[in-house]
Ligand binder design. Sequence first.
Ligand code: NZQ
Ligand code: ZN
Length: 390
Amino acid sequence: MNIDFTYQNPTTIHFGKSALDNLSSELANYGDTIMLAYGKGAIKKNGLYDQVISILKENGKSIVELCGIMANPTYEKVMEGAKLVRENNVDLILAVGGGSVIDCAKAISASAYCEGDAWTRYWVNFEPVDNKIVSVASILTLAGTGSEMNGGSVITNNDVKLKMGRVFSSEMNPKFSILNPEYTFTLPKYQMVSGIFDMMSHLMEAYFSGEDDVTSDYLIEGLLRSVINSARIAVQNPNDYEARSNLMWSSTLAMNPIMGLSKTQDWEVHMIEHQLGAYTDCAHGMGLAAISLPYYRYIYKFGLDKFVRFAKQVWAVDETGKTKEEVALAGIDAMESFMKECSIVTNIKELGATEEILPLIANSTVLLGGYKVLTADEILEILKIACAAG
Ligand code: NZQ
Ligand code: ZN
């Protein structure tokens, strides 16, 4: 392992069907005022909202609600939450929802007491947070982002058409997260498979880099096999607890970020998706999926041995009689078949992209890379293929 690292993860995970039973004892560690942050109504429909409210009341907490957090949360929404935090002197932000709600909660925590413009300081200049922060905790309802056990916070600023991801230090991680896989049963299939591809993408972004022998790569291959297996079961039977619990824990592990330790990593698919999202507001995992196929078919030749390993270890491609190139491409083809089997989107037009916005996306994408750092022109070519895909 060639790259040194320091790793710390302070999030307590309560996992399983009875995970919510731990909320009362956790709440005892915080002051009286709790901000309950949630999305556009899913938790009211499935009854989780009522359950959480009654536990908060039983524990004598006063509740400040921030509702309507949208998928791909905006900086404007962050500012609304930050104002509420200051006005009510909030002691804990309890985020109940998917990655968008949890990311927004972290952003509010960082921004509420920030001097100056938090967007510029924390999402553009990536300054360390030097102001008071408010503790964040989560109750997860969508498996995919890993936000429940990491410091990530991805925010969209519509004024400048930028969707920027920030990984804060681990003090911004949720202090505790409640993970009951049953909460994901009410997810529409579209959101479930979007989350599934998101976790797969997190694993691949870490995997496709470096040439040394790293434990992380073996862990990633195993996790990807588990995700693929459970995804196939969950697509057939969304209420299969075993599959949904495996998916939920896999997503937490995938973006922990333990899988990326001692790896340079790639992350270009995410950078392109973020700008696709800024222009189309698409579901994050679906955007990643549609970009991944042309992206990997373009860069595989720069990391050929790793793509051969991916094909063999993850997709069980038989290499007999094939060249390395053929094996590598067969692995990507196997991933495409899996995506189609799960109804994962493979075309960015379906996500709202038009030919006209492709140059805007390409020119505003942050340029990173694992085996190859692309130019804006190369990204544009990849986007054109993703827009024309069948
Ligand atoms: O708004 P509500 O009513 O809650 O509905 C949500 C939303 O419409 C719905 N939903 C969530 N749980 C549900 C449910 N519907 C029925 N039953 C349930 N149990 O699903 C929709 C999507 O929710 P969202 O939170 O947006 O999805 P996701 O968890 O995929 O989060 C996506 C956001 O996270 C960012 C993405 O960029 C995007 O902004 N990411 C965060 C990361 C991190 N913190 O580390 C890393 C990721 O790579 C990603 O970038
Ligand atoms: Zn992601």
